[in-house]
Design a protein around this ligand. Structure first.
Ligand code: BV8
Ligand code: ZN
Length: 256
């Protein structure tokens, strides 16, 4: 990784007083959780995520969609947080008041020690009733997580189908989560955007809110994104490799 860019980003982090860390699927890639665009490896290779992650797909074939989320939950349960998640938790520990905003529906930030990440797109671990929205129990880890269709449970209160607790395409983001994320982005002096293609709205607005209000922006992504021109520093490297380098450059601290 270009050491000059890491030093520059480290200086911004060392000076920062209020940090927002904005993450996408790329932060979990090195934990073996496929990014959204390739979330369809294996059986799912023949489906389009953007078609499956919709209310219409669930209405049309609840067992197919529930089975897809079951298999993604099983993959996350098998995964471990990687050094990027640990580095994010280290930033929070060093700078209380750091706000983590994630588009991910996995729980790897929490398992790495992040206190209360804002989940803009919900969570694999918060199923709810599709009719009365009552929270439903998280299904236990199946011995042999199926890689196929699976019948969603029924709501204990109204017997309607239980649905994944995620935000599907065409659905509004949870207002409280989005407002909290906009508020944090408006008040930060540094926004670190990690592992997101920046293509899904309105979540993709969050880094722009921070930049517009004068915050510095550091981007971590091996690939190009629409944020390339917005970022003050682009760290073109995998997150698990460069986030520990960034923390070391800022504070001389070694992430476990
Ligand atoms: C809404 C939960 C309206 C489900 C997700 C045209 C223009 C603009 C917008 C739209 C449009 N047409 C439709 C829309 C709206 C749509 C949208 O934005 N579509 C896009 C595709 C154009 N948005 C919506 O529908 C949203 N709702 O608009 O509602 C409304 C308003 C009011 C009232 C009613 C309705 C809802 C969007 C939420 C969808 N749900 N997830 C699930 O997970 O199954 S989105 C899902 O995809 C993820 O949560 C994530 O947000 C997104 C994928 O993005 P990333 O996380 O960035 O992941 P991706 O795979 O794309 O990229 C990975 C990146 O990591 C890459 O850049 C890669 O280079 C990098 N990387 C890889 N390895 C590493 C790495 N980086 C670092 N280290 C590595 N090792
Ligand atoms: Zn119900």
């Amino acid at each position: 990784m270009g050491q000059r860019a890491v030093r520059e980003a480290g200086a911004l982090l060392a000076r920062a007083r209020r940090v927002v860390v904005f993450t996408g699927a790329g932060v979990s890639a090195e934990s073996g959780v496929p990014t959204f665009r390739d979330a369809l490896t294996g059986l799912w290779g023949r489906f389009d995520a953007q078609r499956l992650a919709t209310p219409a797909a669930f209405a049309d074939d609840p067992e197919l969609v529930w089975g897809w989320y079951e298999s993604r939950r099983a993959a996350v349960r098998r995964a471990l947080p990687n050094a990027a998640h640990v580095a994010v938790a280290a930033i929070e520990a060093r700078l209380p008041g750091t706000v983590v905003v994630t588009q991910n529906v996995d729980d790897l930030h929490e398992r790495a020690g992040s206190v209360a990440p804002i989940h803009l797109h919900g969570s694999l671990f918060a199923p709810r009733c599709s009719a009365c929205a009552a929270p439903a129990p998280v299904p236990p880890a199946a011995e042999e997580p199926g890689e196929g269709r699976s019948a969603p449970p029924r709501c204990g209160r109204c017997s309607a189908l239980v649905r994944p607790g995620v935000v599907w395409f065409g659905e509004a983001l949870p207002a409280a989560a989005f407002e909290a994320a906009v508020e944090a982005a408006s008040a930060c002096d540094l926004l670190l955007t990690v592992g997101t293609s920046g293509l899904v709205h309105p979540a993709a607005e969050i880094p722009l809110v921070a930049a517009r209000l004068g915050a510095s922006v550091v981007q971590v992504n091996p690939g190009e994104t629409p944020l390339d021109g917005v970022a003050d520093v682009n760290l073109r490297a995998p997150a698990a490799e460069v986030l520990p380098e960034l923390v070391r450059a800022a504070w001389g601290v070694d992430v476990a």
